[in-house]
Design a protein around this ligand. Structure first.
Ligand code: SAH
Length: 368
């Protein structure tokens, strides 16, 4: 395994460079490139070609290496399949939107939560990511934004080029962030201090680990919290999300609203719309019947929250199907009638397997 220079302290970097017979100022030059997310030594244009070559032979720049980069056909979404120093693979997604550039990062290699609809958990949990491994996912996206012409396409409604830097972060990639809380907190602190990303532009999504939510409350930063609810009764939720056997809906919502009320923030509730294939081959609604819409409304009435309805992204290994567009709108209409804020999440990057762990899974299964 080659040493990863991004993980070195300044003193270690000077030392490393000195062993290659190089003066101290080279270490500063290399550090500048690393902080900008340089994916390889060849990009470090102010280093002599020979040194770039020698470094390439004996070291790696970042803790993540881009194995694959996929662009959606509309050019607004880029998905990265990244390899870590020990060969584990993770995914991250860059989304160029009208309000800025958002990056979805992974917090673990794999996931132990076992949600029945999700691709990320199919191969189990490999390990937690370090602060640097999470942080370098946004460096990769930043590099892409600054160095790839695709990123300068005008996509804002007023026709302005959206060529800014990373402005938003969602911790919604592979893994359960609140099983790796300290590193996720370390990552967010760093994104805020080193990249200047505001607390309110950062969202952590959890399947509902109550002690982890309490840790976030104690930490006290006014970030956004999202809870993956996906069912309004403990009976149904336990069937599709095993974590519900440990932490019940009422306790999860209590802890989550305590967090969001502390910062006067809206709690985001994620709700995937799931159907199963019925006996006659037609989709049979699972968690999105009118009855469940009423039950969900009862849970959330009067609370400061937004229900994000998410069309299920097909995962071949899973038995679910997506409900029809009509069923989705019927479900949403009931929430609206009951005064619950709700929106249907726009699907992004569907053509590049951008949903939740598909790329990593396909790669592991040998699908190109
Ligand atoms: N473990 C965290 C964050 C990662 S999952 C959590 O559970 O929130 C991010 C979101 O994607 C969650 O709401 C998750 O339930 C959802 N998701 C997982 N698989 C999906 C799929 N196939 N289609 C749509 N959303 C999915």
């Amino acid at each position: 395994m080659k040493p990863i220079l991004f993980n070195f302290t300044d003193a270690e970097l000077v030392d490393f460079i000195a062993h290659m017979g190089q003066p101290k100022f080279r270490a500063r030059q290399i550090r500048d490139w690393l902080d900008r997310g340089a994916p390889d030594f060849d990009s470090m244009k102010n280093l002599p070609a020979e040194l770039r070559h020698d470094l390439d032979a004996c070291a790696q720049t970042l803790p993540v290496r881009v194995l694959k980069k996929l662009e959606s056909s509309d050019g607004q979404t880029t998905k990265f399949l990244l390899e870590l120093g020990d060969g584990e693979q993770i995914e991250s997604v860059l989304m160029r939107t009208s309000y800025g550039n958002s990056v979805c990062v992974s917090s673990q290699a794999g996931c132990a939560m076992g949600c029945k609809f999700c691709a990320s958990t199919l191969l189990g949990l490999k390990r937690n990511l370090t602060v640097n491994e999470i942080y370098s996912q946004i460096l990769c996206a930043q590099w892409e934004l600054r160095n790839n012409r695709m990123s300068q396409r005008p996509i804002r409604p007023n026709g302005d080029a959206n060529n800014g830097d990373v402005s938003h972060i969602v911790v919604m990639g592979t893994g359960e962030p609140l099983q790796n809380t300290q590193n996720v907190i370390g990552f967010i602190e760093r994104a805020n201090s080193d990249m200047g990303i505001g607390w309110r532009k950062i969202t952590v999504s959890t399947c509902g680990i109550v002690p982890g939510i309490k840790d976030l409350t104690q930490w006290g930063r006014p970030i956004n919290l999202a809870v993956s609810l996906h069912a309004p009764t403990d009976k149904l939720r336990s069937k599709i999300m095993p974590i519900n056997n440990k932490y019940k809906i009422a306790d999860v919502l209590d802890a989550a609203f305590e967090f969001s009320e502390l910062h006067n923030r809206q709690l985001m509730i994620e709700y995937i719309l799931l159907a199963v294939r019925g006996a006659n081959g037609e989709p049979e609604l699972l968690n999105c019947t009118s009855e469940y819409a009423e039950k969900l409304s009862d849970l959330l009435r009067g609370k400061n929250c937004m229900v994000n309805l998410i069309p299920w992204n097909t995962v071949d290994e899973r038995e679910f199907v997506s409900p029809s567009g009509n069923a989705v709108h019927r479900f949403q209409d009931i929430l609206i009638k009951n005064g619950i804020h709700t929106r249907i999440r726009r699907e992004r990057g569907n053509d590049i397997g951008s949903a939740c762990g598909q790329l990593r899974l396909n790669n592991a299964n040998g699908i190109k």
